[in-house]
Design a protein around this ligand. Structure first.
Ligand SMILES: [Zn+2]
Length: 103
């Protein structure tokens, strides 16, 4: 993919569906939400795993922010967020939040 200017990225960002933007908010400062969840999903590696596998709380990223036990990226959302934790949705998130920004 070609490099995008900031303006192009801003335009692209505006096209991100509201459900994806809403779900993305649950990936930051989410410790209490993850601990209240049964399962979690990562929208970077698209793994679905039990919430108690999360062990890294802000050692790598911001405090109270889960890092994925599989890939280490802070892209984890929990089922308590009421976001659908399915691989299909995680892949859609990845597309909007990582793939189209690749540069
Ligand atoms: Zn991951």
């Amino acid at each position: 993919m070609d490099w995008m200017t900031d303006e192009e990225w801003e335009n692209r960002r505006a096209e991100i569906p509201a459900a994806i933007r809403e779900a993305h908010r649950h990936s930051i400062h989410n410790r209490s939400e993850i601990e209240a969840s049964e399962k979690c999903g990562c929208f970077y590696c698209c793994a679905v795993f039990p919430a108690d596998e999360v062990r890294d709380w802000g050692d790598t990223y911001e405090s109270d922010t889960a890092a994925c036990p599989r890939c280490g990226i802070d892209s984890v959302i929990g089922s308590a967020s009421e976001v659908a934790i399915t691989q299909e949705f995680l892949r859609e998130m990845k597309y909007y939040l990582f793939t189209i920004r690749a540069n």
